[in-house]
Design a protein around this ligand. Structure first.
Ligand code: CTP
Length: 467
């Protein structure tokens, strides 16, 4: 072996090395044989997530440990961003870059910096294969065939370990059309038949039907991912979580923002102390609805707050907690009694919060988190959280953060849901039972207040029994 840094031939290779297998061992061995000093880059969870690899099982620490155990790596580094490979090659003065043949051609742009070698991939083994063996594929069914359900099926394809097999709609023709469109194996208007064919369900039916469907599915021992608002009454949400624990089934409310990478980062920054004590959270989400669409015509469950309120309550409860002292509702109602615009104000012992939602009034859709030392501003569409800024008294000091948000973003909540099932975890810190129940509590109070206002105003057409 040549002595000293000058003659030493340095080789570098990268990977997730999840569920370490023979293919990984072989490539590390052969990579090492190409030189004298092997550097191995192991990807972080965040980097894997941002490039669409959502279901890595082993932690970074375990994956590094497994690479180390082979004894081939002289140096192990962590890969956490796009463009890092070129930086590393220059930084470590690398002679040869190695990856498996599944990447052939992909990294030819590095040839300006060093030799690029693609080694033949070991046959019939991959982390994906092992993940699928370790965790049986979850067969999922969709309840409802509307806009959001149509977004769900393509997004589920980006998550390993799950396959959407079935669709239920009381209207069989709608179910059939949906199954044709997405090539699903079963469509039906028979709920028992549907539940028998799946391990888990995604509930994307009208708001008022969530509770009944979720309850039936949980009682049948199925895991439930339920669109927001999960229920319209606090006691319903409590009951569902109780059943989910009894049946050892996952119950998760599908507020996609809670699971997307940028929002998680925003919460981390907000809680880091950089803006001091958080005293106020203001979140706004409005989208003008066309005349005749459900948001404006479903006189029981349409309106701005039921449409977008769960989104705006999310950062409020995440950052200020669910233990508010007081809540107050202000709504502008249409003639049919639906709220076109709603403000919900919370007071806390040491702070306040405001949620603004609307389908008939347009406002700036921003999230503003105010603290004793500075504030965080996430501009519209903050609910996808592609970027946000930390600002201070001195306008010259600003920190900008940005994050990936892939596709429609539903893949993040699906991934969390599937991981919970695989790991037998009934809780997600990203969106907790307490937060779900608190949202149901606010929805319930809102419906009561709206009903009172409808009565005060003498509006006739809205259903009086909604609360
Ligand atoms: N590799 C290999 N032979 C295999 C599997 C992987 O040579 N059977 C190589 C890859 O080409 C890559 C390195 O091992 O250079 C790390 O790959 P990684 O993506 O971590 O492993 P995969 O098994 O391909 O993972 P996944 O199924 O998640 O894509």
């Amino acid at each position: 072996m040549p002595m000293g840094g000058l003659q030493m031939k340095k080789v570098i290779t990268y990977g997730s090395f999840d569920l370490f297998h023979e293919g990984h061992y072989n490539i590390l061995k052969r990579a090492k044989e190409l030189g004298d000093y092997l550097i191995v880059g192991v990807t972080t969870e965040q980097f894997d997530e941002s490039r669409g690899k959502l279901n890595v099982v082993d932690s970074l620490v375990d994956r590094i440990e497994n690479v180390k155990k082979t004894g081939f790596a002289d140096l192990i580094i962590v890969e956490d961003h796009v463009g890092q490979k070129a930086e590393d090659i220059q930084k470590y003065d690398v002679d040869t870059f190695v990856l498996g043949s599944d990447w052939t051609g992909h990294f030819d742009y590095l040839k300006d910096l060093c030799e690029v070698v693609y080694l033949e991939r070991t046959k019939d083994i991959s982390s994906t294969m092992l993940r699928n063996e370790k965790y049986p594929i979850i067969r999922m069914g969709v309840i409802g065939t509307g806009r959001i359900a149509a977004r769900f099926v393509p997004e589920a394809k980006y998550v390993s370990g799950v396959i959407v097999t079935s669709v239920f709609n009381p209207n069989e023709e709608s179910a059939e059309n949906f199954a044709d469109r997405f090539d699903l194996e079963l469509y039906t208007n028979d709920l028992d038949k549907f539940l028998n064919n799946v391990d888990a369900v995604y509930i994307a039916s009208p708001h008022e039907t969530h509770y009944e469907y979720a309850k039936k599915a949980l009682l049948a021992g199925k895991h439930v991912l339920c669109e927001k608002p999960m229920t319209l009454k606090k006691s319903y949400a409590e009951e569902l979580f109780r059943i989910s624990k009894e049946r050892k089934c996952v119950l998760l409310e599908a507020i996609k923002t809670a699971f997307c990478p940028g929002f998680k980062q925003l919460l981390g920054v907000a809680r880091s102390g950089i803006i001091g004590q958080i005293r106020d959270v203001e979140a706004c989400f409005t989208r003008l609805a066309a005349e005749g669409v459900r948001e404006k015509t479903d006189t029981k469950y349409g309106g701005g707050f039921l449409e977008f309120g769960s989104h705006t309550l999310l950062p409020i409860f995440k950052l200020m907690g669910t233990d508010y002292e007081d809540v107050r509702f202000d709504s502008i109602l249409d003639e049919n009694g639906l709220d076109m615009y709603t403000k919900v104000s919370f007071s806390y012992e040491k702070g306040m919060a405001l949620s603004k939602s609307g389908v008939g009034v347009k406002s700036e859709g921003q999230l503003l988190i105010s603290g004793t030392k500075g504030y965080i501003l996430a501009e519209s569409p903050w609910w996808l959280t592609k970027s946000f800024e930390v600002r201070f008294e001195d306008p010259n000091i600003r920190e900008t953060y940005s994050a990936k948000f892939l596709g429609d973003g539903l893949r993040y909540e699906i991934s969390e849901f599937i991981n919970m099932i695989h790991n037998g975890e009934l809780k997600s810190y990203k969106f907790t039972e307490e937060e779900s129940i608190a949202i149901a509590g606010v929805v319930e109070k809102f419906l009561e207040e709206r009903k009172k206002k409808v009565e005060r105003m003498g509006l006739k057409s809205v259903d009086k029994n909604i609360a």
